[in-house]
Ligand binder design. Structure first.
Ligand SMILES: NC(=O)c1ccc[n+]([C@@H]2O[C@H](COP(=O)([O-])OP(=O)(O)OC[C@H]3O[C@@H](n4cnc5c(N)ncnc54)[C@H](OP(=O)(O)O)[C@@H]3O)[C@@H](O)[C@H]2O)c1
Length: 341
């Protein structure tokens, strides 16, 4: 550690009136987040990637850091003298808000959960795009006042904030959850329906930044299985394991059937359904006018109650920029809640 470095640990103590922020992860979503113009009212005190942590008590220049990372300059290469260990960096910086844009590692969900709970239990607020922690144990976020300081809007494509606000009512009355949670397969299907071949459809989904770092997570329906499991476990208090679900693979879809359906005024979506008995995923044929036939730019979560009542939540938190905006909505919501309290 270089104690002369303005971005080193000497600069770890933030001061001033704007709320202070630490960012974990400077990939597609993290870069889009720090480049948001709306962040001007916040003080970005630290940014971490795997190489280290860059920090400044006066506030970092997010768009500049993002642009440098795009051309291949890691945080360490930009002068980040802070720890490579994110837990240590966060506990030293002690920003009021932490934004987690690290990648979703399905084999280290417990680690991610422990880090998230440590952040919350230090009294910091946490908004996350990464699914791992919520997947490990959604009920852990309902303990004490954690939920008031935790945001998962981005995890559910920009619908997590609505779910959080209505969670208690939904937990009491929800009989079925229906979701179209995966924008990537929506984009692939729409492209095929428009006449693109498989490779061109994948290239377009990649260009739209819809594919996970591991694209298999989208096409083998893991991403959708994870999201519906997480929501079902949160709403019903169940402990469904997504690994035990039957998952339809995109590669097993008959692409001619997709285009034929479209010619018949129908379409296809990866639809997830959950109730207290279990969780099911399938590529369903839908009328074009169906509520579930959403464009790829949206995700949908519906919470059905006894009788005909249902809450439909449609989110625009798709792709890196949409996800960054969903994170920002969470931040503002938590901030407003704290200012009111
Ligand atoms: N892309 C989307 O449209 C989208 C939509 C919704 C949700 N999400 C979720 O949002 C998260 C971020 O997505 P992404 O597309 O931005 O992923 P990404 O491009 O793979 O970026 C992940 C970032 O996390 C950093 N990182 C990983 N482990 C870290 C650690 N221990 N400490 C500090 N930094 C660490 C990586 O550092 P290096 O740069 O050094 O490798 C990288 O900068 C994922 O969990 C994803 O599931 C993404």
């Amino acid at each position: 550690m270089n104690h002369q470095d303005p971005h080193g640990l000497d600069a770890f103590c933030c001061s001033g009136s704007s709320p202070t922020l630490s960012l974990l992860g400077l990939g597609k979503v993290g870069r889009a987040f720090v480049a948001l113009p709306d962040l001007q009212d916040w003080r970005l005190c630290s940014v971490s990637d795997r190489s280290g942590t860059l920090c400044d008590q006066k506030g970092l220049d997010g768009p500049h850091i993002s642009a440098a990372k795009i051309v291949g300059r890691s945080v360490a290469a930009q002068g980040g003298g802070g720890p490579r260990e994110p837990d240590l960096a966060l506990s030293l910086i002690e920003a009021e808000y932490v934004v987690d844009c690290t990648d979703t590692h399905l084999d280290s969900c417990d680690e991610s959960l422990a880090r998230s709970l440590a952040i919350l239990d230090r009294g910091q607020c946490l908004v996350s795009a990464a699914k791992s922690a919520l997947l490990a144990d959604p009920q852990a976020f309902l303990v004490g006042d954690r939920l008031a300081r935790y945001g998962f809007n981005a995890v559910l494509g920009g619908t997590g904030l609505d779910l959080k606000r209505e969670l208690t009512v939904i937990q009491q009355g929800c009989t079925e959850i229906v979701a179209v949670p995966n924008a990537c397969t929506g984009s692939l299907i729409q492209s095929i329906e428009e006449g693109l071949d498989r490779d061109a459809a994948f290239a377009l989904a990649r260009e739209r930044e819809l594919l996970e770092a591991d694209p298999e997570q989208d096409i083998d329906a893991r991403d959708a299985a994870i999201k519906i499991t997480m929501v079902a476990n949160l709403v019903y208090g169940t402990r469904v394991d997504w690994r035990e679900l039957e998952r339809p693979h995109f590669n097993e879809l008959d692409l001619d059937l997709l285009t034929w359906r479209r010619e018949q005024g129908k379409t296809t979506r990866l639809v997830c359904r959950a109730d207290r008995e279990g969780v099911r995923l399938a590529y369903e044929e839908l009328d074009l006018g169906s509520t579930l036939a959403i464009p790829w730019t949206r995700v949908l979560y519906g919470y059905h109650e006894c009788g005909s009542s249902r809450r439909i939540m449609v989110g625009k938190g798709v792709g890196a920029e949409g996800t960054a905006r969903a994170l920002f909505a969470d931040l503002n919501d938590i901030r407003q809640g704290r200012e009111k309290a």
